[in-house]
Design a protein around this ligand. Structure first.
Ligand SMILES: NC(=O)C[C@H](N)C(=O)O
Length: 324
């Protein structure tokens, strides 16, 4: 019988609404008792590793979670489900995806409605995540996110809506699979990526979003002795207002790696525009274009790369290409 390890970390899936409608954490996660459907079919082993709203998640805790999963594979666990708050779910899922050399299915899930709200999606998503982690076809697929009958890759999934249960989407590429009443169907393959082993974290990696009229001020504010790296969500295909360039140049002169993605929901950033502040100039300055990731994912990737000790050309090659 397959053994599925469930690691609860908190989030709305573990919360309840009070009489005023406010949503707050429970001392006892209701999902700890949700074993009914699985009995006799698989062995569910449950641990509450954290009980946190996901805005309280930090990279150190992601590392701790990853180490628990590594140990689980060695212990003979066949699949892992992680329950998580949805606000930063995509960041934890991607961190695990970049750092775990595991072959077993690792499936992250959460909920948009807490356990006692009408139409609560927690138990349903949990059930789907367990069946996904149970599926042989989910092995060697990297970290997956199962929400609202769909399976997404940790690499590209993102939260797109504040409250809707269909909030998790994969822009540009679409989900990797779907969950029907009785089966998990996969219909895309993800290209393999390099796995980085890390045992400590390089902090002080920042994320800035570009806007019309942006100047150098925010870049100068990041010109700190502690700054390790910066991701910029640039405009359109990968361009910036010209007034940002002096501040960016000062950071580059200090060898601080700067990674660029697009703030657009779909598509990839490229160096195609050859005007002042256009992608062609930005690339020549030494900014690293990261194709296909959103800002928060590119930040996790840069953080992992720096934590793994990557520098110079190696760092550039690693961060550059999320698509292939
Ligand atoms: N739906 C959720 O889980 C949102 C919650 N604020 C969290 O991320 O913990």
């Amino acid at each position: 019988m397959k053994k599925i390890l469930v690691l609860h970390t908190g989030g709305t899936i573990a919360m309840s609404a009070d009489q005023t409608g406010n949503i707050l954490p429970n001392e006892h996660n209701p999902l700890l008792d949700a074993t009914g459907e699985f009995s006799g079919k698989l062995q569910l082993i449950t641990e509450e590793i954290f009980n946190l709203p996901s805005p309280h998640m930090i990279p150190e805790r992601m590392l701790e979670l990853g180490n628990r999963i590594l140990k689980a594979e060695k212990e003979g666990i066949d699949g892992v489900v992680v329950t998580h708050g949805t606000d930063t779910l995509e960041e934890t899922a991607y961190f695990l995806d970049l750092t775990l050399p595991t072959h077993i299915p690792i499936v992250v899930t959460g909920a948009m409605r807490s356990s006692n709200e009408i139409g609560s999606d927690g138990l349903y998503n949990f059930r789907n995540a367990v069946w996904t982690a149970y599926a042989d076809a989910a092995r060697d697929k990297g970290v997956l996110v199962a929400m609202n009958d769909e399976v997404h890759t940790a690499r590209f999934v993102t939260k797109t809506h504040t409250t809707n249960v269909s909030t998790f989407r994969t822009p540009t590429f679409g989900p990797i699979g779907l969950i029907s009443k009785q089966h998990v169907h996969f219909y895309q393959e993800l290209i393999n990526q390099e796995i980085c082993h890390i045992d400590h974290l390089a902090n002080h990696v920042y994320l800035l979003k570009a806007y019309a009229g942006m100047s150098s001020e925010l870049f100068d504010a990041l010109d700190l002795p502690t700054t390790n790296g910066l991701v910029i969500e640039a405009l359109g295909a990968g361009n910036l207002p010209p007034q940002t360039l002096p501040g960016i140049q000062r950071l580059l002169d200090r060898n601080i790696p700067i990674v660029l993605v697009s703030r657009c929901f779909n598509g990839v950033a490229e160096d195609v525009y050859d005007y002042e502040g256009g992608g062609v100039e930005l690339k020549k300055m030494g900014i690293i274009f990261c194709r296909g990731l959103n800002g928060q994912k590119a930040r996790i990737k840069l953080l992992v790369a720096l934590s793994a000790g990557k520098k110079g050309a190696e760092l550039k090659a690693y961060v550059n290409n999320a698509v292939s």
